[in-house]
Design a protein around this ligand. Structure first.
Ligand SMILES: Nc1ncnc2c1ncn2[C@@H]1O[C@H](COP(=O)(O)OP(=O)(O)O)[C@@H](O)[C@H]1O
Ligand SMILES: [Mg+2]
Length: 258
């Protein structure tokens, strides 16, 4: 087995064309979701293959490149941005067919948000999207999937793809104008109505605050990955980005609304 990079360290293993990942109480629901979106015609996700003897989930390996920050030229390209937004839209549409199932019978890692319009991916970022050259062709890492409104997923995606980061954040790609331009391209490619864009900054802030609260609660419970994240100061980066978004909110809102 070979450990894959770009996620939790020494946790995600590859054996031939399969990936073995730690499972949780939500994994059965994630597998049902993957089967459903594939049946609905969205095949850019791994096939769920069940569990190994150690209790890890097994999914198929998607060929291509997955980029973490700092983004490669391909991952930072407009083609990647636009195709990623189209991929998210197509995934969301396919996920709507899952809503016909009894959602009460499913378990998710993160709490559902209302109104339920889709099954949010929950972590739609370059590090969970598979590229073929500059084209987004695959979507992986569904641990954070949960029912919610489109805007909940789009807000986090914009934060990660623009990315809307504070000037001191090492993941930054350009200045505020670049961030807004990329956010607008993403929204256009997704087909997110201009009339609904005034809520995006507020949603980004709320989404990040929810994330920091979640990280701290998990660390308190002894979750080692989050203890390590806090030790590395990840929450401080998020806090700085929250502050940055708050400060630039009127300008971003006005620019996205056009
Ligand atoms: N099904 C898959 N197909 C291709 N690559 C994968 C797959 N699952 C994981 N990877 C690779 O392993 C890395 C970490 O996996 P991921 O599932 O995102 O873990 P984590 O939940 O820790 O973020 C990804 O960034 C990607 O490079
Ligand atoms: Mg990941």
């Amino acid at each position: 087995m070979e450990f894959l990079q770009g996620g939790r360290k020494n946790k995600i293993g590859r054996i031939a064309n399969t990936v073995h990942r730690p499972a949780g109480p939500w994994t059965q629901s994630v597998h049902a979701l993957l089967r459903q979106v594939r049946a609905a015609g969205f095949t850019a996700v791994p096939h769920p293959l069940g569990f190994d003897e150690a209790g890890n989930e097994i999914v198929t390996f998607l060929a291509g490149d997955v980029c973490n920050y700092p983004l490669s030229a391909a991952a930072a390209s407009q083609e990647a941005l636009v195709s990623a937004a189209q991929l998210l839209r197509a995934y969301h549409e396919a996920s709507r067919t899952f809503l016909a199932q009894n959602l009460e019978s499913h378990t998710w890692l993160l709490p559902s948000q209302t109104p339920i319009e889709v099954i949010c991916h929950g972590d739609f970022a370059p590090y969970n999207v598979v590229l073929n050259g500059r084209l987004a062709v695959g979507l992986i890492d569904f641990d954070t999937a949960h029912p919610g409104p489109r805007i909940w997923d789009i807000a986090y995606a914009l934060y990660r793809w623009a990315p809307f980061t504070h000037p001191q954040n090492p993941d930054r790609l350009g200045n505020l104008e670049t961030q807004i331009e990329r956010a607008r391209l993403f929204c256009d490619a997704y087909g997110f109505p201009v009339a609904q864009r005034h809520n995006l900054v507020e949603m980004m802030i709320l989404r990040l605050e929810t994330l920091v609260t979640y990280m701290q609660a998990e660390a308190q419970k002894g979750n080692e990955a989050f203890i390590a994240n806090l030790a590395d100061g990840h929450h401080l980066l998020y806090r700085a980005d929250i502050e940055y978004l708050g400060e630039k909110r009127p300008f971003i809102q006005k620019s996205l609304h056009r």
